[in-house]
Design a protein around this ligand. Structure first.
Ligand SMILES: Nc1ncnc2c1ncn2[C@@H]1O[C@H](COP(=O)(O)OP(=O)(O)OP(=O)(O)O)[C@@H](O)[C@H]1O
Length: 281
């Protein structure tokens, strides 16, 4: 059973090349991917590959000049603007990539309380403190404003906000970015614990090695396409059990591997030819 499904999902930016000519700059092309309850799928891809846009599409928080194609469903229901609004912060939640997503004018405790209430929880000081403690943050953080937090503390607060209500699906956009190895492990263990309770996690990351002990599958994006979907158990030894040369080379080029690259590697052609169309056809 799948909780989150992308079916032939494509996304691009509409732009006007001249007053009468509109084109679409494609970013993601024909992505099909499923995440089941109890599963962590780590999504890896170069900077600018479209990972955050894919995440934002689930929540319906894309820029207005986006053109979409295909379908995203949650628990078997095609997501629409109204169902996204209903699910956001309740059954689906996002750990944003940027710590500027925190409200600079509200105390951290208040922001955590808002998240708990939206998820239908009674937010007493004990629940809030216990949630912070899971991410290695002390109770004093409840009184702080975001500017009083370090970058790593802010990131952990965003994780606490996104997970306090134990949503069915967590999309975490680079949740360990800027964290030391020990704190990153605490964060990944928390996401694993959620998955082990039957929740689904989409973990967007640049760090394949760090995510492998915690994830079930690895989805690799390149040039806007899903080039490989691999079981984490296949990332062993020389990587011969991996499905694609792309994944093998990603694995073999890790500093701790032998750099014995597969010459059969084929990088997909860019999808970046703008599609021209008249603006007022
Ligand atoms: N609001 C926007 N307007 C125009 N282009 C955008 C906008 N947001 C993102 N893009 C472009 O879409 C592409 C994908 O962006 P996205 O943020 O999804 O990448 P990413 O894979 O998450 O990258 P990173 O790993 O660096 O966070 C990039 O080329 C980016 O420049």
């Amino acid at each position: 059973m799948s909780l989150l499904t992308f079916e032939n999902f494509s996304l691009g930016f509409q732009r006007y090349d001249s007053p009468l000519k509109r084109s679409i700059k494609p970013v993601l092309d024909d992505i099909s991917l499923s995440i089941a309850p109890g599963e962590i799928v780590a999504m890896i891809g170069a900077s600018g590959a479209g990972k955050s846009l894919l995440a934002h599409a689930v929540f319906g928080i894309l820029p207005p000049n986006i053109a979409l194609n295909g379908r995203i469903s949650f628990a078997g229901e095609a997501l629409s603007a109204s169902s996204q609004e209903r699910h956001r912060g309740r059954s689906i939640s996002l750990v944003p990539q940027s710590i500027s997503s925190l409200d600079p004018l509200a105390r951290c405790g208040q922001q955590l309380k808002w998240a708990a209430r939206r998820a239908g929880l009674k937010a007493n000081a004990q629940t809030l403190g216990a949630t912070l403690a899971r991410y290695g943050l002390g109770k004093e953080v409840l009184r702080f404003y975001p500017h009083q937090l370090s970058g790593g503390m802010a990131r952990r607060l965003m994780l606490a906000i996104a997970t306090i209500g134990e949503p069915e699906l967590v999309v975490a956009d680079e949740p360990t970015s800027g964290l030391d190895a020990e704190t990153a492990t605490i964060v990944l263990q928390e996401l694993r614990a959620l998955a082990d309770k039957g929740k689904a996690v989409l973990l967007i990351t640049h760090n394949l090695a760090e995510s492998l002990p915690f994830a079930d599958q690895v989805a690799i994006l390149s040039n806007g396409r899903l080039v490989s979907l691999e079981a984490t158990s296949a990332f062993i030894e020389n990587g011969d059990r991996l499905n694609s040369a792309y994944a093998q080379n990603l694995w073999r080029s890790l500093p701790q591997r032998d750099f014995n690259l597969n010459p059969a590697l084929q990088i997909p052609e860019p999808i970046l030819e703008p599609v021209q169309e008249p603006a007022y056809a």
